[in-house]
Design a protein around this ligand. Structure first.
Ligand SMILES: CC(C)(COP(=O)(O)OP(=O)(O)OC[C@H]1O[C@@H](n2cnc3c(N)ncnc32)[C@H](O)[C@@H]1OP(=O)(O)O)[C@@H](O)C(=O)NCCC(=O)NCCS
Length: 165
């Protein structure tokens, strides 16, 4: 457990979330994706982590269609302020975010990212490889949260991921 509190992102925090992502990634591409997800109503869950002074982390989940059915979620971008990394903030954001996504009735979650990190949470490249997606390889991972989730299919990502950034 980290020493931060986590809650839903407020609309008035959009600028602070964009600034955090731009700082952590060294580019505004991730902030632009988050803006577009919100503009297109493709955001499912957005959480922020705060300490007593500032925003220290953010995680985004968005809708993914499986064979045209709106039943899955994608994780990303996520970011933790460099001075607060490796203290469990990312862990807490993922755990709470995943429970929220599951409660929202999504039985499948996909992520494109660091294999060694996300595999700690049960994400697997073997699961990702069963789906037709815009991405492939070990960085593309999936996790099944329910027994009834489809075992294969074609994934449709939100428009935010096909916009030139
Ligand atoms: C990835 C990130 C969100 C993790 O957040 P965090 O709060 O530092 O993570 P936690 O404290 O929960 O976990 C830290 C552990 O993850 C490991 N870890 C962090 N980044 C990692 C990476 N890129 N690859 C593999 N392991 C990683 C750390 O080594 C640490 O391991 P330890 O527990 O054995 O010391 C954060 O490092 C970050 O914002 N990175 C830059 C942006 C980024 O890469 N976002 C993810 C895009 S896929």
């Amino acid at each position: 457990m980290s020493d931060v509190w986590i809650r839903d992102t407020l609309a008035i925090e959009a600028g602070a979330v964009a600034a955090l992502n731009t700082r952590v990634f060294g580019s505004s591409a991730e902030a632009a994706i988050i803006d577009q997800l919100n503009a297109d109503s493709d955001s499912l869950v957005s959480l922020v982590a705060h300490d007593d002074e500032q925003l220290v982390g953010h995680i985004q989940f968005f809708r993914i269609l499986v064979d045209g059915r709106d039943i899955a979620a994608g994780l990303g971008p996520m970011s933790v302020r460099p001075s607060r990394q490796r203290k469990g903030v990312g862990h807490d954001l993922i755990r709470l975010g995943m429970s929220r996504v599951e409660r929202a009735g999504r039985g499948l979650v996909f992520v494109l990212g660091h294999t060694d990190y996300y595999s700690r949470f049960g994400f697997s490249p073997d699961v990702g490889a069963r789906y037709e997606a815009p991405w492939s390889g070990p960085a593309f991972m999936g996790i099944e949260l329910t027994m009834t989730a489809p075992r294969s299919g074609g994934l449709t990502y939100p428009q935010a991921f096909s916009q030139p950034q």
